[in-house]
Write a protein that binds this ligand. Structure first.
Ligand code: 13P
Ligand code: SF4
Length: 302
């Protein structure tokens, strides 16, 4: 049945001249029908570069929206309409405008996990891999960082000559990792390296051997000699890690590392998306142009 569905997806994909992009957290069967599996921003870049007319974005809303901002002429589909990111919803454009009014000299840096409206209100975007470089590139002494307070405080701990004003957003999935869990798993696997996403809480981050975006974690896991690797991010990433490193052992840092929104997309939804051309992402053109500026400014920072 699943094979039939996968075959039908491939047939429809050709018929529609579509590309399927899947985030590293998607369920294995969705990753396996995708043309590209990657982190949130690299997938948007693929979306911008593809010749396909249709992009099926298997991930959450802000990711598909970023693809649409970068590729306005393409049809971008999100297979499950309500696959959202609770952290992205923790900041809105009106609330951000209020904060900007309180700090008129501050630059606004927004993590890509945010809506198009919030990107449009920001000076520059960042990802979990380049947040530090983006903040360091700014001349402003004050920086408002939205919405992730954990990624923001990681940046603040490294940048000493700026005041980083943190928004109070967080990822409900990564927040579940507890210091005691890290200590326990270290004892169980003393020779293992702990690779973690910077959305974890600061006291948990301090116990990591490596911090980076999902793709940075995958790259690092492939490069290090250690056979035992502990993963501090959403469990969907283990599928690709095992595929690429069959001789290594991967352990999940916490059983809480499951993002229910990322798990909403099933093979059936990818099929329906292509069959019925649903659910199309639209971004208001004025907002899109402003949001694009923030994304493009980030891309220019080397
Ligand atoms: P990446 O950009 O590292 O893929 O992360 C996206 C995300 O939602 C992490 O929780
Ligand atoms: Fe959002 Fe966290 Fe899920 Fe990533 S893991 S999509 S930040 S809720």
């Amino acid at each position: 049945m699943q094979n039939n569905l996968a075959g039908e997806i491939q047939r429809l994909k050709k018929e529609r001249n579509a590309i399927i992009l899947a985030h590293n957290y998607q369920v294995p069967e969705v990753q396996d029908v995708a043309d590209v599996v990657g982190d949130s921003f690299s997938l948007s870049q693929h979306a911008a570069e593809t010749d396909s007319d249709v992009i099926v974005f298997c991930g959450v809303h802000f990711m598909a929206e970023s693809a649409k901002i970068l590729s306005p002429d393409k049809t971008v589909l999100l297979p499950v309409r309500d696959a959202g990111c609770p952290m992205a919803d923790m900041v809105t454009a009106p609330k951000l405008r209020e904060m900007k009014a309180r700090y008129p000299d501050a630059a606004v840096v927004c993590y890509v996990n945010s809506s198009a409206e919030v990107k449009a209100e920001s000076d520059v975007c960042c990802t979990s891999s380049n947040a530090l470089k983006v903040v360091e590139s700014l001349e402003n002494k004050q920086v408002i960082f939205v919405p992730d307070k954990n990624l923001g405080s990681f940046v603040a701990s490294k940048v000493k000559n700026k005041e980083i004003i943190l928004w109070k957003g967080f990822c409900i999935t990564h927040k579940r990792v507890k210091v005691e869990e890290v200590q326990k798993i270290r004892q169980l696997h003393p020779n293992a390296k702990i690779l973690m996403h910077p959305e974890c809480e600061p006291e948990v981050q301090k116990l990591a051997d490596f911090l980076g975006s999902t793709s940075a974690i995958i790259k690092y896991a492939g490069e290090i000699p250690e056979k035992d690797i502990i993963i501090g991010t959403e469990e969907g990433i283990i599928h690709l890690l095992k595929k690429q490193n069959p001789d290594k052992n991967f352990y999940l840092l916490s059983t809480g590392l499951i993002c229910t929104n990322m798990k909403k997309t099933r093979l059936e939804d990818v099929h329906s998306a292509l069959l019925n051309m649903q659910h199309e992402i639209h971004v208001d053109e004025n907002i899109r142009i402003k949001a694009l500026k923030s994304l493009e400014r980030m891309l220019k920072i080397k």
